[in-house]
Design a binder for this molecule. Structure first.
Ligand code: ADP
Length: 268
């Protein structure tokens, strides 16, 4: 769970520290007030989950987060019958709980879920705002306050894993990227408790690593920079922290790790 940092957020009523990158807070609030579902695209570790957590807290809505994967079934979202000491009983899944309670349901990496699973979202993600539960025969209408938010990393996309056009066309969409250097520095200071100098060095290093021509699937994320900052501030040598938090997580190939470390050595 993110740390509570209420005191560090000017003009914010959320306990979850979030540094806006642009107008995403306003856009989220508009989508929420018009009861529109939201799609957030962006690379891993750039702040999507933190943003949704911050917004749920700011809007005072319960948040149900589901990390999607290819075995995720509609029942994992909607619910299932379970067997207990007194026989079978129905247990709501996270989507159903959010629909009943007027909460926010956040489906992270939605493209990982099977397409037949995401079809359950269709009647919820348009004007109907309904969730039919076949197993119980219920037809739920979403309580005011319910919002569906999904995210994915466009970099991972392939033909098989793209989002169905009929699904994506139901969402208001926004794009995230790694924050601008000054913002990223502030985030690092806020999240790792490191000083300005170290934060600016790490962010410069990240810029150099992100510009490298390489066949890596991913570039260094804000999340990894935060890990490195925390390790360094607790006494680890900067090179070792950068190796274990930046170079090794990005590649299994030894020569690539060596090349990434050559860049690190220019800064630390
Ligand atoms: P994603 O969901 O995009 O993979 P996260 O939201 O988990 O990424 O972000 C990773 C970490 O980076 C968060 O836990 C938080 O510490 C930090 N972070 C990234 N962007 C921001 C931001 N704009 N404000 C505050 N913290 C951020």
């Amino acid at each position: 769970m993110p740390l509570s940092r209420k005191t560090e957020i000017p003009n914010s009523n959320s306990d979850y520290y979030y540094q806006p990158q642009g107008n995403e807070i306003e856009l989220f609030e508009y989508a929420y007030s018009h009861q529109l579902p939201l799609l957030i695209k962006g690379p891993t570790g750039c702040g999507k989950t933190r943003f949704v957590t911050h917004m749920a807290d700011k809007l005072d809505r319960p948040l149900y987060t589901v990390a999607c994967h290819d075995d995720l079934t509609a029942a994992d979202l909607v619910g299932r019958h379970l067997i207990g000491p007194n026989g079978t009983y129905w247990q709501d899944g996270p989507l159903t709980k959010a629909v009943r309670e007027g909460g926010i349901c956040y489906l992270d990496e939605i493209v990982e879920a099977r397409k037949d699973t995401t079809v359950v979202l269709h009647p919820l993600a348009d004007d109907r705002r309904m969730l039919p539960i076949e197993r119980t025969g219920e037809l739920l209408t979403a309580t005011h306050g319910f919002m569906l938010v999904v995210s994915y990393n466009p970099g991972y996309q392939n033909i098989l894993k793209g989002m169905k056009a009929s699904t994506r066309q139901r969402f208001v969409a926004m794009r995230f990227d790694y924050p601008e250097p000054l913002l990223e520095q502030q985030i690092l200071i806020g999240e790792s408790q490191i000083d300005q100098l170290l934060a600016s060095k790490l962010v410069e290093l990240a810029g150099a690593l992100r510009r490298l021509e390489s066949d890596l699937d991913e570039v260094v994320s804000t999340r990894l920079l935060i890990y490195a900052g925390r390790m360094i501030s607790s006494g680890m040598s900067p090179q070792e922290a950068c190796r274990s938090c930046l170079a090794e997580p990005l590649s299994d190939d030894i020569s690539t790790v060596v090349a990434l470390m050559d860049v690190v050595k220019l800064y630390f």
